[in-house]
Design a protein around this ligand. Structure first.
Ligand SMILES: [Zn+2]
Length: 165
């Protein structure tokens, strides 16, 4: 079992998911708590061992992404480079597990654009996993949706546990 010290655990109808503290820290760093801060986002990678799912890493905005207060457009090339890098670095155990981005609202909900683009991504890419996550980091709460084979099977609000030191 993964130790609690290095992650937070999300219990869901589908499975238990752990998120590494490093990932939580990066989410927290990009919260749109001030008016001038733009949307941020990136890719989630991690591994699935039997029924245990671990979100190990996430990419952060690069200069190839387009960021504004109410929009974030990810560069496909940079995202793919990140996925390849994590895959090679982990000897093929760490794979693409979904997407995250921020919203400038306390309790975020996915926009139609968010839902459409996520469905498109899951449909059009060759994926190594059936399970994927859409995470939207709000100012107070974080939206967490679990997809299995392209269909949303559970969604919940979580509070990010660790403070950025
Ligand atoms: Zn959004």
């Amino acid at each position: 079992m993964v130790k609690n010290l290095i992650c937070m655990i999300i219990k869901s109808l589908h499975s238990d998911i752990s998120i590494r503290t490093e990932v939580i820290t990066l989410f927290k760093k990009h919260i749109q708590s001030k008016k001038e801060l733009p949307e941020s986002g990136g890719i989630l990678t991690g591994r699935i061992l039997n029924k245990e799912i671990e979100i190990i890493s996430c990419s952060v905005p690069s200069s190839d992404d387009i960021q504004s207060r109410y929009n974030f457009i990810r560069s496909h090339k940079t995202a793919q480079n990140f996925i390849n890098y994590r895959f090679e670095r982990s000897n093929g155990t760490e794979i693409y597990l979904g997407e995250w981005h921020t919203h400038p609202e306390d309790k975020p909900t996915p926009s139609n654009t968010d839902l459409k683009s996520f469905h498109k991504t899951l449909k059009n890419n060759r994926l190594n996993s059936d399970v994927h996550f859409m995470i939207i980091v709000g100012i107070v709460e974080t939206y967490f949706a679990i997809y299995d084979k392209g269909n949303m099977v559970d969604q919940k609000y979580i509070t990010l546990l660790y403070e950025v030191s």
